[in-house]
Design a protein around this ligand. Structure first.
Ligand SMILES: [Zn+2]
Length: 410
């Protein structure tokens, strides 16, 4: 079951406090826009917020149109029996909470991007609900063509013309709303402006700039922060039961504040350790200043342009972590603070030899290369040049090896 609560949101204390404040007052805006990096719990928070708003024991649930009480925590005689006056979160026990935990509450509408043929959509939705019920850490992964389908919004807008079924309001959660077409937004906009039968919209996006200004300006924005590395480590270890500890550290360090990214990488093939080893293998020719060998190693890793950008970025991120470890050792950190603990014997002499400025310079080189990979550049040249500069040689800029131009000779 999807027993999620606002009180238990991971690493978003401000958001949790803000949303619980809304629930306890029972005064909702027409629309909220949850934005922030991918994989930090926006959708989970949206569903937890919906559950709290639909909980039958939450005091505000039945009084959406009334003025807020000055004494929200004071007992209110008109509260229905069993009501948890002053409550700001789902109780987890009432009928509403049981239905929302099963994603079967008639007044909770959850819309998310889909791909595939129209006739298979219902089945895909059911399968996704099933996975979400079983795995609270379920990671949404879409195909490139995935979008919020027209049929989904059409059906939704039709339902919105009726009153909510059982609760005093209806909550519509739209995950990754930036994957919606312009005309869907305009249909939606009409509903946001005239919510009719007490509809509260909760839109989520990791790409705020892609949400039309007309929508953004009509929503109350709620900003989510990246998650901390120690928090991601704890969740991987204690909730997702990832082992061994070295893998947990590596995933958390590579997650870049996104729990979903860490979880998505957990079962990667080849394994994280193998990918790290092939990334670090590039360092040997770079440090030797052997440009020809470095170029051929880079070509092999990039598969002559066939290796995906994500994999290449990951390669660079492994090099970043390697340098971060050296920097930390340099500043006297114990082996507890480093990620590549199995390589501490190799790292220590490097930390003793390289000064902090030089390590930072190399980190910047890698950072620049990661950004370049995102842009429209030749991946193999970027990787080669970054490594040549990390190796301290100028091979990347002046003495090109013969192989470097062979691609354009044919
Ligand atoms: Zn409840």
């Amino acid at each position: 079951m999807l027993d999620i609560r606002l009180a238990k949101l991971l690493g978003q204390p401000d958001v949790s406090t803000f949303l619980r404040g809304i629930v306890s007052r029972g005064r909702y805006a027409n629309a909220y826009l949850f934005h922030g990096p991918a994989g930090v719990g926006k959708c989970t928070a949206a569903l937890a917020f919906a559950r709290a708003a639909l909980c039958e024991r939450v005091a505000g649930a039945a009084r959406v149109d009334e003025e807020p009480s000055l004494f929200a925590n004071a007992p209110q005689p008109e509260a229905p029996e069993g009501s948890n006056v002053g409550s700001d979160d789902a109780c987890g026990e009432c009928r509403g909470c049981r239905l929302s935990a099963a994603l079967q509450h008639p007044d909770l509408k959850f819309v998310f991007p889909l791909s595939g043929e129209e006739k298979t959509l219902d089945e895909t939705i059911e399968t996704t609900y099933g996975t979400m019920r079983e795995d609270p850490l379920h990671v949404f992964q879409y195909e490139k063509a995935a979008s919020i389908r027209i049929s989904q919004t059409r059906k939704l807008l039709e339902e919105l013309t009726y009153r909510p079924h059982t609760a005093s309001r209806r909550i519509v959660v739209v995950r990754d709303c930036d994957l919606m077409r312009e005309d869907q937004f305009s249909a939606l906009l009409k509903s946001v402006e005239e919510p009719g039968a007490s509809t509260v919209w909760v839109l989520t996006t990791a790409r705020l700039a892609r949400v039309p200004v007309t929508i953004r300006s009509r929503c109350q924005r709620v900003r989510f922060a990246p998650l901390s590395e120690p928090l991601i480590r704890d969740v991987l270890r204690d909730v997702a039961a990832v082992t061994p500890d070295d893998k947990v550290r590596m995933l958390a360090a590579l997650a870049g504040g996104s729990l979903a990214r860490a979880l998505a990488m957990r079962d990667a093939e080849p394994s994280m350790k193998e990918q790290r080893d092939s990334a670090l293998a590039l360092l040997a020719p770079a440090l030797d200043g052997n440009a020809a060998q470095l170029w051929s190693a880079v070509q092999k890793l990039t598969g002559f342009g066939r290796t995906g950008r994500e994999r290449l970025k990951l390669t660079l991120e492994f090099l970043q972590l390697w340098l971060r470890d050296i920097l930390r050792l340099r500043h006297g950190a114990g082996s507890d603070a480093i990620v590549n603990r199995d390589l501490v014997k190799v790292l220590q002499p490097l930390a003793a030899r390289l000064d902090a400025t030089e390590i930072r310079r190399r980190l910047l080189v890698i950072e620049e290369a990661i950004r370049a990979i995102d842009g429209n550049v030749s991946a193999d040249l970027t990787l080669f040049s970054a490594l040549a500069r990390v190796g301290g040689s100028r091979a990347g800029e002046s003495a090109w090896p013969a192989h470097a131009t062979s691609r354009w000779d044919v």
